[in-house]
Design a protein. Structure first.
Length: 276
């Protein structure tokens, strides 16, 4: 597989790995497991995972291969589109046993070169970092062959629902009790608008810095900005106001009908109690 491959990981996968690591037995230094997801052009998107029981020492390694196969077959019955794309391990680096584990997944995965994801749960560098690797054969012709793990770019991607959960989980950092009460719709809307304003200010400062020469331009950011500008529908101020007012009227009508239905149900309950 080419080194141009990009690995996209969803936050739910990282949460599952951290949760399994916190629930591990005290005698285990790390956990391993199977990565599930889908293949796309020059990329792999990791959307799910599950742990695989194992035991290891410096000299020996034991993995419950039957458990991994059975779990994958059961998962295929629920989510047949999610395929085996590799495996994960907690820890800051690739170990000597990684080649043996990688060989098993190379035989099981649809792709001949599966992904190996490492998550630094001990925060060796002061933060919980993650890296992705693919294996490449190495050696001289006719000599003893070996395996080399080459790093590949890894990105964190999320669906809209996952972003909501991440924001709620992030808000617990600022609570002394490590809990967070759900906000009202108005508070959520106000917070979303405030975040958009902050991002626009940050974006404006970046563009001004590039134009003035104080900030080094980034071609990738420039292409993303161009795509964002082209995605905005072209309409006049009058058309925008008309569209906004129409949507507001529809929203108010839905709120009115929901309140009317709620009132009708309450009146019906009162009448039924009077009859009894």
């Amino acid at each position: 597989m080419s080194l141009d491959l990009t690995v996209k990981v969803h936050p739910t996968v990282l949460f599952q790995i951290v949760d399994a690591y916190e629930r591990r037995s005290q005698d285990k230094a790390r956990i391993i497991g199977t990565l599930l997801g889908t293949y796309e052009k020059n990329g792999v998107e990791v959307t799910n995972c599950f742990c695989v029981p194992h035991a290891e020492t410096q000299e020996e390694l034991f993995i419950k291969m039957d458990f991994a196969s059975e779990m994958y077959e059961l998962h295929q019955q629920v989510a047949p589109l999610e395929m085996m794309v590799g495996w994960f391990a907690t820890g800051p680096e690739v170990t000597d046993h990684s080649v043996l584990i990688h060989t098993y997944y190379s035989k099981q995965a649809k792709c001949p070169t599966p992904i190996h994801l490492t998550l630094d749960t001990i925060m060796a560098n002061g933060r919980m970092s993650w890296k992705a690797y693919i294996s490449n054969p190495m050696g001289v012709p006719g000599g003893t062959g070996g395996t080399m793990f080459s790093p590949v770019p890894v990105e964190l991607v999320a669906h809209s629902a996952e972003l909501v959960g991440m924001n709620v989980a992030q808000n617990t950092k600022y609570s002394k009790t490590k809990t967070f009460e759900p906000e009202s719709d108005l508070s959520q809307f106000t917070g979303a608008v405030r975040n958009i304003e902050e991002m626009i200010d940050h974006l404006t400062a970046y563009v001004d810095g590039v134009l003035s020469g104080t900030t080094e331009p980034d071609a990738t950011v420039g292409r993303q900005l161009l795509d964002m500008v082209h995605s905005v529908p072209k309409m006049s101020q009058e058309q925008f106001d008309e569209m906004l007012n129409s949507n507001i009227k529809d929203l108010l009508m839905v709120v009115y009908l929901s309140q009317l239905t709620k009132t009708q149900i309450q009146v019906s309950e009162k009448l039924s109690q009077l009859k009894l």
